[in-house]
Unconditional design. Structure first.
Length: 608
C-alpha cells in the first residue's frame, strides 16, 4: 500500500517525483504530498484526494524548485485522510522530512517518551513519531540518527528521509515494506516499485530488511543497521516500458485482460521442453518430489483462489493431499507442518505482508518453501528456498487479471510435474494435458473476442444490489474469483457459494430478479449443477451460466448461457474466468466506477 518516490540529482526533483507517484497510483491512496529541498530549506505541499490535486497545486512541480526531494501517496491507517495526516512529516524545526510506508507498532510508547521530552505532535499518525525521533537522535551524523531510530522502532517501514543540514544526501531504509533504489547518469532514485522509475532507469538495487541507503546525485552507498557499509548487486529490469502504459485501452484492467494470452505463453513456454515439463528453479530432484507427502498452499485474495483451484488439480492428478490457507490465518494458527511437507506461497507482488510472514513461519519450522511470484527480486522471491516466476510483466490495475492467469498455469505445470514424477499419470494422459495447456493462449484470445456480447448482457445488471456465484469442485474456485472481481471494482454485493450448500441457508437470499451466475464446466458434476440452477430459478432467480460448448442442455435451465471451448476439466478455470472478468469490468464501467483504482483497495497489501 501507499507509494514512495524520491530523487536527488541534476534535474528538478518535483516533476520527477510527481511522475513517479502517478505510476504508483494503483497501490491505493487517499492523499499525496511532497517535500523538496530548494537549497535553503525544506518545503512541503500536501493534498487530500487524487494526485492530480497535488499536481495542480504545484503546477506540475514548477512551484517547488529543488534538486532533491521525497514524495508519498498515503493510504490512511493511523488518522483519517487529511492534509495534516498526509506525508511527508517534519520535525518541529522543519529540518528533517520523512515519508513512510508500513506501520510502527510501538509508536504509542515512543510518542509518550517524546512528549515527555517536550516534543509536540500535530498529526494522528505513527509516522510523525519517526520525524521527531530522528530529530532526537540527530547530532550531526544522519546515518547514525537513522540507524538509532531503526533500532528503536518495531513494525514495518520503507522510509525516505531528507536532512536540510546535508542537502547532498537522500536517505532510505526498509523492513518488511518494499523499497528499491535506482541510478542513472543524472541522479539517483528511491521508489516503492519499479514502474515509478522505469522511465528514468533500468538499473535498480533491492534493499533488504534493516538496510539503509545513502543517495547522492552521482553515487550510492549501502549500510547495515549497525552502520557497516555493504555492497549490493545491481539488477537490470528488462520490462518493456510500454507495458506500464495503457497502450490505447480505456483502462489498465482491460489492457491487462487482453495481455493474458501472452502472459500464459510467457509463463509456460520456458518450462515445456521436448514434450516434458522442466522447472529448473524448483531445485528439487525427482526423489525429493516423491518424498513430499503433503502440500500447503498459502496466499491472499485472488492468489488464494488460484490455490483453491490448485488443491483440486494436485489432488486429482498427483494424488497428494493439499491444504489451502488464507495467509492471515495461517500465520497465526500455529500450523502443523510435518517434515515431509512443502509450503507454496503465492503473491503477485512478492511483498504481501501476511504471505511473507507465512513464508517465514514455515522456514522457521524447517519446511521447504516455494514462492510463486511475479516481481523479480521481491522479498518472497529472495527469501523462499526456490522461486517460480510468473512472467506477467507489470500489472497496474488493482484487480488482478493477467497475474491470476499466470499463477494458474504455473500451478498446472507444477501439478503435472508432480503427477508424472510420482507415477500417478500415464504418458498418454500427460501428453494430452500438456497439449491442452499449450492451447490455452489461443482459447483465451478467442474468448476475449466475445467482449461485446458480454458487455451487452452486463448493461442489464448495472443496477443490481446482490449477485451470487455458484459452482462445484473447480467451478467453486472459479466462482470465488468471479465474485471477488465483481465486488472489487463495481461495489455490488457479491458472494460465491459451493452449489451444494445452497439448501443450507443461502437459498433464502434468492428473490425475484436476483442474478445467479452458475459455473458448470465439470462433466461429472454437470447434472448436479443443473439441479441447483433449477432450484434458484424456482425462487425467482435470473441465471447466467458459464459452461463448455458440448453442454447445450444448460440452455433449457438457465436464462443466458456463455460457452467456453471444451477443455480438460481441471484446467477449465483458465477459460471460464475470462467471461467473468469481462462481466465484472463492463458492470463497473456502466456504473461509472474507477475500474483501475477501486476505493479502499491497494495493489500490494504490505501491512496487516
Amino acid at each position: 500500500m501507499c507509494g514512495i518516490v524520491g530523487y536527488i540529482g541534476e534535474k528538478q526533483a518535483a516533476p520527477i517525483i510527481l511522475d513517479g507517484l502517478s505510476k504508483l497510483e494503483y497501490r491505493g491512496y487517499d492523499s499525496a504530498g511532497m517535500a523538496i529541498y530548494d537549497g535553503e530549506k525544506i518545503h512541503t505541499k500536501k493534498a487530500v484526494g487524487r494526485l492530480k490535486i497535488l499536481e495542480n497545486l504545484t503546477k506540475g512541480g514548477e512551484t517547488m524548485p529543488g534538486m532533491s526531494g521525497i514524495g508519498h501517496t498515503r493510504w490512511a491507517t493511523h488518522g483519517a485522510p487529511s492534509d495534516v495526516n498526509s506525508h511527508p512529516h517534519l520535525n518541529t524545526s522543519e529540518t528533517i522530512a520523512v515519508v513512510h510506508n508500513g506501520i510502527i507498532e510501538n509508536y504509542i510508547p515512543l510518542k509518550k517518551k517524546l512528549q515527555d521530552k517536550g516534543y509536540e505532535f500535530v498529526s494522528e499518525t505513527d509516522t510523525e513519531v519517526l520525524a521527531h525521533l530522528l530529530d532526537y537522535y540527530y547530532k550531526g551524523n544522519p546515518l547514525e540518527a537513522v540507524t538509532k531510530v531503526l533500532h528503536r522502532v518495531e513494525g514495518s517501514y520503507a522510509l525516505g528521509i531528507l536532512f536540510s543540514d546535508h542537502p547532498d544526501c537522500l536517505y532510505a531504509a526498509r523492513k518488511d515494506s518494499p523499497l528499491i533504489v535506482g541510478k542513472n547518469d543524472e541522479g539517483c532514485f528511491i521508489a516503492s516499485d519499479v514502474p515509478a522509475i522505469l522511465k528514468y532507469t533500468r538499473n535498480v538495487y533491492y534493499l533488504d530488511n534493516q538496510e539503509v541507503a545513502c543517495l547522492k546525485k552521482d553515487s550510492l552507498s549501502f549500510y547495515t543497521v549497525d552502520e557497516e557499509e555493504i555492497s549490493k548487486p545491481m539488477v537490470q529490469i528488462d520490462w518493456d516500458a510500454d507495458a506500464a502504459e495503457k497502450g490505447g485501452y480505456e483502462h489498465f484492467m482491460l489492457k491487462e485482460m487482453h495481455e493474458q494470452p501472452k502472459t500464459i505463453t510467457d509463463t509456460i513456454s520456458p518450462r515445456i521442453k521436448n514434450g516434458d515439463i522442466v522447472i529448473e528453479e524448483l531445485n528439487m530432484s525427482d526423489e525429493e518430489m516423491k518424498a513430499i507427502r503433503k502440500l500447503h498452499i498459502v496466499a491472499c485474495g485472488s492468489a488464494y483462489h488460484t490455490g483453491v483451484t490448485a488443491k483440486y488439480v494436485f489432488e486429482n492428478l498427483a494424488r497428494i493431499p493439499v491444504e489451502v490457507d488464507v495467509a492471515s490465518e495461517f500465520r497465526y494458527r500455529n500450523p502443523i507442518l510435518e517434515e515431509d511437507s512443502m509450503v507454496i506461497v503465492i503473491s503477485q507482488s512478492g511483498e504481501t505482508a501476511d504471505t511473507l510472514a507465512a513464508l517465514r513461519e514455515s522456514k522457521a519450522k524447517g519446511i521447504k518453501v516455494l514462492g510463486i511470484v511475479n516481481v523479480v527480486g521481491s522479498s518472497i522471491a529472495r527469501e523462499a528456498d526456490s522461486v517460480m516466476y510468473t512472467w506477467a510483466g507489470p500489472e497496474i490495475a488493482v484487480a488482478t487479471t493477467k497475474a491470476y492467469s499466470a499463477q494458474l498455469v504455473a500451478l498446472y505445470l507444477l501439478a503435472l510435474k508432480f503427477a508424472k514424477v510420482r507415477g500417478k499419470i500415464d504418458t498418454a494422459t500427460f501428453e494430452r494435458m500438456l497439449g491442452e495447456i499449450k492451447e490455452l493462449p489461443g482459447q483465451v484470445e478467442y474468448l476475449l473476442t466475445q467482449k461485446e456480447t458480454i458487455q451487452h448482457f452486463a448493461n442489464r445488471f448495472v443496477g443490481a444490489k446482490d449477485i451470487f456465484f455458484i459452482g462445484r469442485g473447480v467451478d467453486y474456485a472459479i466462482s470465488l474469483e468471479g465474485s471477488l472481481k465483481l465486488k472489487e471494482i463495481s461495489y455490488i454485493h457479491s458472494e460465491a457459494y459451493a452449489a451444494g450448500e445452497l439448501k443450507h441457508g443461502t437459498i433464502s437470499l434468492i428473490e425475484d430478479g436476483t442474478l445467479v451466475v452458475a459455473l458448470a464446466t465439470q462433466p461429472e458434476l454437470f447434472q448436479k449443477t443443473i439441479s441447483n440452477v433449477v432450484e434458484v430459478k424456482a425462487r425467482g432467480a435470473f441465471v447466467m451460466a458459464v459452461t463448455t460448448e458440448e453442454n447445450s442442455a444448460m440452455e433449457k435451465a438457465a436464462d443466458y448461457v456463455l460457452y467456453i471451448p471444451k477443455v480438460e476439466p481441471c484446467i477449465a478455470n483458465s477459460l471460464a474466468i475470462i467471461p467473468l472478468q469481462l462481466f465484472a469490468y463492463y458492470i463497473a464501467v456502466g456504473r461509472g466506477c474507477d475500474v483501475d483504482k477501486p476505493r479502499n483497495l491497494a495493489k500490494s497489501v504490505t501491512v496487516e
